[in-house]
Design a protein around this ligand. Structure first.
Ligand SMILES: Nc1ncnc2c1ncn2[C@@H]1O[C@H](COP(=O)(O)OP(=O)(O)O)[C@@H](O)[C@H]1O
Ligand SMILES: [Mg+2]
Length: 552
């Protein structure tokens, strides 16, 4: 640390605990305007979120200010105030001015506390700045641009959490835009649940939050996700009600029939071994017919019911209703992908390797019915995972899958309707890293999100969160000593985040850059439209669109 530090002495440590310390601000800075200048940097001594260095003999700790308060006492009728700051130590600074995370040696009361300027911060962060993967500005030093370590950030899963409207979608957009700037060969696949990242404007032109040559837009409904690519577990999610008392019978019969149908197909295409999950074509009609036959089977010239007679009434009704529901057509009635041979086409479309080499594939799920979204998400996740699992060049072709609104299909609850989806996503979280597939989860409810999923994340971008349960949960995700930091979560502004985890040298409060272009926000402008309202709405058209399931 440079010598001019001596003038930046702002406090003396007065209490040291296992998880932090308090310090008393010097008299010089116990004023109404405790301004401090370091280099060209002007700041308030002891401002929340600012960094300080605690020094004593050979100990040199970097700490973050988490709280500031005053205590008054009266001597001979005059009031005197003492000012204190609470510090969260985040790491040590060694003799070569290098930053090391974690604290091995704590100081004692009396240790000196110095404010830190931009130069020192630069030195500490230099290793990270070299990556030039900039995501925003440090809240305590607006001139300082924060770069994360993209190896860790994209390589070991990340989570972006914060309440609705905190700026998650904007943060995702901004981070992807900057990732592509820093790494022009980035491969990202985005599960876009609300059509926020690509959308059609009123003239029907495709708009996107990413440059035209970088993005590959897929409308999930037009794409077709043929049912025969689904795993057995996903098909169970789709066709069998787990709470139906006859569900275990339905499950085992379905397994048997699918296996049988797939064996036939395997023979046709010359595949020697086959399981119920082998991605090859089978006919759904055939599956239905066999269930129907078993359900109506009569023996001994119609005198005795077959063993499975009437067992599948529920199942048949559920399957029929799925089949007649046009919203499921893209899944159950594929037109393009109706043979085992068409599979490479599907993969090209999603993962790339086709004509259009894009950095980001946006899969727009907004027109997919809510009930099948989990199945589609898990299928895309699985295709991506399997693609790289079998890709001999997987190490040179790492992919990140971003899951918007992840709590909707990677839920915490056990044994829910979307168990198959959840298991698949958790598997990617646990094993994907090895095969160059990482996940970025985006969610407003960390408490409703799968714990396995979150536990695998090593970086967290926490936007404003006021719900105490979610706050407590986030607190539990970070190391003990840094837990107090999460108190800041309530005070974050729009687009402001607490960045935690391994991709940053230390916990930081960061103003994420505004994305350019911006995603299509969900905020409906009530004020403007209620001021100058529409005079006419074509209700007949709405009825027609609803009936034909066409969203514009
Ligand atoms: N970095 C930012 N800078 C300025 N405004 C922002 C920023 N991030 C978000 N906002 C504002 O907040 C609104 C909601 O953001 P959004 O990303 O849609 O929230 P979420 O996805 O968390 O619900 C945006 O429409 C925008 O007006
Ligand atoms: Mg959003």
């Amino acid at each position: 640390m440079s010598e001019n530090h001596l003038t930046n002495l702002i406090a003396y440590v007065c209490e040291v605990r296992g998880d932090g310390m308090d310090a008393r601000i010097t008299e010089q800075y116990t004023t109404n305007l405790p301004m401090l200048t370091i280099g060209n940097d002007e700041m308030l001594a002891g401002g929340i979120g600012s960094y300080v260095v605690v020094r004593q003999a050979r100990i040199s700790l970097l700490a973050l200010v988490s709280k500031i308060w005053e205590k008054d006492h009266f001597t001979h009728g005059t009031r005197q105030s003492e000012r204190f700051i609470a510090l969260i130590p985040v790491g040590e600074i060694d003799a070569e001015n290098r930053f090391i995370r974690g604290v091995r040696q704590f100081p004692t009361p009396g240790a000196q506390v110095y404010a830190v300027g931009l130069n020192e911060i630069n030195a500490i962060f230099s290793k990270f700045s070299d990556y030039r993967f900039f995501v925003g500005q440090l809240a305590s030093h607006k001139e300082y641009h924060v770069s994360l370590d993209p190896r860790t950030f994209f390589g070991r899963h990340f989570a972006i959490i914060g309440q609705s409207g905190a700026g998650k979608s904007w943060a995702v957009t901004s981070i992807i835009q900057n990732a592509i700037k820093a790494m022009p060969h980035a491969h990202i696949i985005m599960l876009d649940l609300h059509g926020e990242y690509c959308w059609k404007d009123s003239n029907g032109h495709l708009q996107s939050a990413f440059a035209e040559d970088q993005v590959n837009y897929i409308d999930a409904t037009a794409m077709e996700m043929p049912y025969w690519l689904m795993t057995y577990a996903e098909l169970v999610d789709l066709f069998i009600d787990r709470y139906d008392p006859g569900s275990s019978m339905q499950k085992s019969y379905m397994r048997e029939i699918i296996q049988q149908l797939k064996r036939k197909e395997a023979k046709r295409i010359g595949l020697t071994s086959v399981t119920v999950d082998t991605p090859i074509y089978f006919s759904l009609m055939e599956l239905y017919k066999q269930f129907k036959a078993a359900n109506e089977e009569m023996k001994e010239f119609g005198k005795v019911h077959g063993a499975l007679f009437g067992q599948f009434d529920e199942f048949m009704i559920r399957m029929q209703s799925r089949f007649n529901d046009v919203r499921y057509d893209f899944l159950l009635k594929p037109k393009k992908f109706t043979s085992s041979e068409s599979m490479a086409g599907i993969l090209r479309q999603i993962v790339g390797g086709g004509d259009h080499k894009a950095n980001i594939t946006v899969v727009d799920l907004s027109s997919v019915p809510v009930g099948v979204r989990p199945a589609v998400c898990s299928q895309i996740g699985r295709l991506v995972y399997e693609f790289n699992y079998w890709n001999p060049k997987r190490r040179e072709f790492p992919i990140t899958l971003i899951c918007e609104e992840a709590h909707a299909y990677i839920p915490r609850e056990q044994g829910g309707q979307f168990e198959g989806t959840k298991k698949m996503m958790e598997r990617i979280a646990k094993e994907g890293r090895k095969y160059g597939v990482s996940i970025g989860v985006v969610s407003q409810r960390p408490t409703e999100l799968s714990e396995t999923m979150l536990a695998q994340c090593s970086s967290f971008i926490c936007l404003r969160t006021t719900n105490p349960e979610d706050q407590a949960y986030i607190k539990g995700l970070v190391p003990d000593a840094e837990g107090d930091l999460t108190d800041i979560l309530t005070s974050l502004g729009r687009g402001e985040a607490l960045v935690l985890g391994e991709a940053t040298p230390l916990p930081m409060r960061v103003q994420i850059y505004r994305p350019n272009p911006e995603p299509k926000s969900n905020d409906v402008d009530y004020f403007t439209h209620w001021q100058d309202g529409l005079d006419y709405l074509d209700v007949d058209e709405i009825v027609n669109l609803w009936r034909t399931q066409t969203r514009r």
